[in-house]
Design a protein around this ligand. Structure first.
Ligand code: HEC
Length: 463
């Protein structure tokens, strides 16, 4: 932190907001120059010539923590940002993505709640990048580089069970192939899942993986669905095609690069676990992104951490208006640019949490499809202001990790959960599927690519 102290005299001179080196965009878009007030050039550090920030001392540690989990050889990011020369060569684009807050990808609204594993950059960090670029991107002294241990091979501390499809699958649909694979659950007694991660066969092709639990009662439906389609697995989009009204059905989601973020595709909070019964089935949905890569055969495996007993048996609680799901009462008319639906209820009045007791909310996920604009889940407290759980003001279908609340929220009977979704079904916001831009159609709840959803998911436990 020592270098931040060195900024202080500069800030005192230029009157910048505390901690943020003041840079303003000049005529060239995306390229900042230093604010003219005080006549300071970035290289002038209170008179000394030494640059304020250098690659080895300041920027590399930031890129290591916030970019290189994805932008390194073999990872999901489209290019490597591990080395000075690579970052310098891409500097205008890199700076623009950082200042525009597109990278690192973190879409949770900042004024809603605090999360473990929040990978977004602070204003100070963004300011540092801008300053460094405006200063001519000094490399600095390699001897000042901090050690950067290799990225961990796996997110979980142990792999107790690994499941895999019987053979590799060759994605066929472009630019996106969403495929569900049915995996038998081999355990012969009740076990608790305490951690989940996907082990993609081809890390550049696999965009995300979601695992679902299918109960013995619904297993045949899934097998029938699997059999109807030729080839390994079947096409599925928003869900595996069977929704469990009761019981845990969401087991976890995984996206590459979030391994270090802690909250996704990794371990549940200590003491929590999701019960799996003998005879259950696991369905994994794998999203292959074939936009730029030639499809190649992939065999993605999933790994679980298991316990026999846990302190707080937990579950994912899905939350949506039942009338949307079963009554088609979530109309999104063709051509309308601002369609909103919302729903609020005290969930302790209904199964599966109808025991009238308070419960803890640990992780929160939100789910819509391709026409979504924004989504928000909050608690309307009987007393006091609402508690926002997760807000995605600028919905992006590719950003759906579960966010872990820094402090679990205690939900009390009498309070209400409130979900609000907004869609844009105008021509300007139509997705392109298999290379063609679709024209607006009337939409409603459904699990196809061109249907919509407005779903909240909360990892809950007793107190
Ligand atoms: C969780 C994974 C992940 C992390 C972390 C991440 N990126 Fe990316 N980045 C991607 C992926 C995937 C793409 C390509 C798809 C896209 O554009 O969203 C991308 C695209 C980009 C692009 C080109 C597209 C654009 O929006 O300009 C830039 C530049 C970029 N990343 C820079 C960065 C920088 C700088 C960081 C760290 C401050 C970072 N990324 C962190 C995954 C990541």
């Amino acid at each position: 932190m020592a270098h931040w102290l060195r900024i202080l005299p500069v800030l005192a001179l230029c009157g910048c907001p505390a901690g943020v080196p003041q840079v303003t965009p000049d005529a060239a878009p995306g390229r900042p120059s230093v604010a003219p007030d005080g006549g300071l050039a970035p290289a002038s550090d209170g008179g000394a010539d030494a640059p304020l920030f250098t690659w080895h001392r300041d920027l590399q540690p930031l890129f290591y923590r916030r970019c290189q989990s994805c932008h390194r050889p073999g990872a999901i990011g489209p290019f490597d940002l591990s080395h000075y020369d690579q970052v310098v060569a891409l500097a205008p684009m890199v700076e623009d993505a950082i200042v525009g807050r597109r990278m690192p990808p973190w879409k949770a609204g900042a004024d809603c709640n605090s999360y473990e594993g929040d990978i977004s950059l602070s204003d100070d960090e963004i300011g540092m990048v801008q300053w460094w670029v405006a200063d001519g991107m000094p490399e600095g002294d390699p001897s000042e580089a901090q050690p950067a241990p290799p990225f961990p091979e796996q997110a979980l501390s142990r792999h107790d069970l690994i499941l895999e499809p019987p053979e590799p699958y060759l994605p066929t649909r472009r630019p996106d192939d969403y495929r569900c694979f049915v995996l038998d659950w081999p355990e012969t007694r009740r076990r608790f899942i305490t951690g989940f991660e996907a082990l993609p066969g081809d890390p550049q092709l696999v965009h995300h993986v979601i695992a679902f639990r299918i109960s013995a009662a619904k297993r045949q439906q899934i097998l029938d669905r699997d059999e109807r389609e030729p080839g390994l697995g079947y096409t599925c989009f928003g869900s595996p095609g069977v929704i469990e009204e009761e019981g845990t059905w969401w087991l976890g989601s995984w996206a590459p690069g979030f391994v270090l973020a802690g909250s996704v595709g990794a371990e549940l909070p200590p003491g929590l676990g999701l019960a799996m019964e003998p005879g259950d089935t696991v369905v994994i949905q794998v999203h292959y992104n074939t936009t730029v890569l030639e499809p190649r055969p992939d065999r993605t495996r999933v790994a679980f951490m298991l316990e026999d007993e846990v302190e707080k048996p937990s579950r994912w609680l899905p939350f949506a208006d039942p009338d949307w799901i079963w009554g088609s009462e979530m109309p999104i008319p063709a051509g309308e640019a601002d369609v909103r639906h919302e729903f609020q209820v005290d969930p302790t009045l209904f199964p599966p949490v109808s025991d009238g007791r308070p419960f803890l909310i640990h992780d929160v996920g939100l789910h819509m499809h391709l026409l979504g604009r924004s989504i928000r889940l909050e608690v309307l407290n009987q007393e006091g202001p609402p508690s926002c759980l997760l807000d995605v003001p600028d919905w992006d279908f590719n950003w759906q990790p579960a966010a872990r609340l820094a402090q679990p929220h205690l939900f009390r009977p009498g309070d209400q959960l409130r979900m609000a979704c907004q869609w844009d079904n105008s021509q300007a916001n139509q997705p392109s599927l298999n290379g063609e831009i679709l024209s607006p159609q009337d939409q409603n709840w459904g699990d196809g690519t061109t249907d919509e959803m407005c779903l909240g998911l909360m990892l809950i436990s007793t107190q």
